[in-house]
Design a protein around this ligand. Structure first.
Ligand SMILES: CC(C)(COP(=O)(O)OP(=O)(O)OC[C@H]1O[C@@H](n2cnc3c(N)ncnc32)[C@H](O)[C@@H]1OP(=O)(O)O)[C@@H](O)C(=O)NCCC(=O)NCCS
Ligand SMILES: CC(=O)OP(=O)(O)O
Length: 324
């Protein structure tokens, strides 16, 4: 799954900023990425502390890996002015200067200034604190109204590979029907990057009218919005997860649906369902979970779960730097 991305990255030698330069999982992933010549890691933090953390966890910071200290950065004045200009009317210069002492804002500005190609954070920062600087500074891509996120779930069973996309499990708390339609379109695009031919289910506790309630209505309205957009992928909803996923259940609950029983791209009604849903697949289902992969953001910046391991950091680094 990662071979093509790795091949591309080896030829590009892109730089990737890690906001948590003293975290053992980050240090292990950075060590591996650098040793395998996949990309150029930039670790943020006090250089002595970053090096000491590297020694302590057994992944010493190699020569050639750049360490940048936000509290001792030669180009800080230019960075402050640029951020103050971008945040005009919202945050003054003093607020920007204070924000840039923190590696989440500092790293985001390194990407904005073109001094780094991409950023990965969230090993210790919460999703909100990782993503907010990007929402404020980087903004949405032209044509997108919101930034959303997607998880790719991957499991090997015997010789077969199972791959699914799930959204939005991390950013938008209670998306409305227009936002759900945008999330579905963006998630179908992300799914294709991972060789998933998207068959999209708009999930609910109801299947095609079997239950009643405001969130059921919302998913039905999202379905209407999506149909009006004439998407280039099959979509159906509202569907319960069993009807969306199981061919047997689909026969009873949604016979005739082009998606029921074979969905591989799942759109949740809200972040509670999405975040809980992907973590159940990960922890009970034995899936590897890559994400949250941000969609609709105007630069390659991604988040990690604080529960991630070093291998997930390594793979999310590859995804982040490859999807430029
Ligand atoms: C993403 C999130 C942090 C934004 O919340 P927030 O910072 O309180 O949001 P605000 O309304 O103050 O907006 C801050 C900025 O982000 C922008 N923004 C907020 N949500 C956005 C979205 N989905 N897409 C694009 N921009 C967005 C706002 O327009 C605003 O920009 P501005 O400062 O230039 O005006 C919030 O939605 C959140 O906490 N999501 C859940 C994160 C989480 O806990 N996930 C579970 C674990 S993965
Ligand atoms: C994506 C996610 O759930 O992040 P965290 O586990 O850090 O809250």
């Amino acid at each position: 799954m990662f071979e093509k991305m790795i091949e591309l990255l080896k030829s590009k030698q892109r730089s990737l900023v890690f906001t948590e330069g003293t975290d053992a999982r980050i240090l292990e992933a950075a060590h591996r990425l650098h040793k395998e010549k996949i990309l150029q890691p930039i670790l943020l933090g006090n250089p002595d502390e970053v090096r000491a953390a590297g020694e302590k966890c057994g992944f010493p910071v190699d020569d050639g890996i750049e360490i940048i200290d936000p509290l001792n950065y030669s180009d800080m004045e230019a960075m402050v002015s640029m951020m103050a200009e971008l945040r005009k009317g919202k945050d003054d210069e003093a607020a920007c200067r204070a924000a840039l002492r923190k590696s989440n804002y500092f790293g985001t500005m390194l990407v904005k200034m073109g001094k780094a190609d991409a950023l990965l954070g969230g090993a210790t920062y919460s999703t909100a604190d990782t993503v907010r600087p990007a929402l404020q500074i980087i903004k949405t891509k032209p044509g997108n109204k919101i930034v959303s996120s997607c998880f790719i779930l991957h499991r090997r069973k015997d010789d077969a590979e199972e791959l699914y996309a799930m959204a939005d499990c991390a950013i938008n708390l209670d998306p409305n029907e227009d936002q759900l339609a945008e999330i579905a379109v963006e998630t179908a695009k992300t799914a294709r990057v991972f060789s998933i031919d998207p068959r999209v289910a708009l999930l609910s506790y109801s299947t095609l009218g079997s239950g009643k309630g405001e969130s059921v209505e919302k998913m039905r309205r999202a379905m209407d919005k999506l149909k009006a957009l004439n998407p280039d992928f099959p979509v159906d909803g509202e569907l319960q997860f069993d009807a969306a996923f199981s061919p047997e259940v689909a026969k009873t609950k949604a016979s005739g649906s082009l998606v029921a029983g074979k969905a591989n791209t799942f759109i949740f009604p809200n972040i509670d369902a999405g975040n809980i849903g992907y973590k159940i697949a990960q922890r009970l289902g034995g899936f590897e979970a890559y994400g949250p992969i941000l969609q609709g953001l105007n630069a390659p910046i991604n988040d990690l779960s604080r529960g991630c391991n070093a291998d997930e950091v390594y793979k999310m680094s590859i995804i982040t730097a490859a999807l430029i």
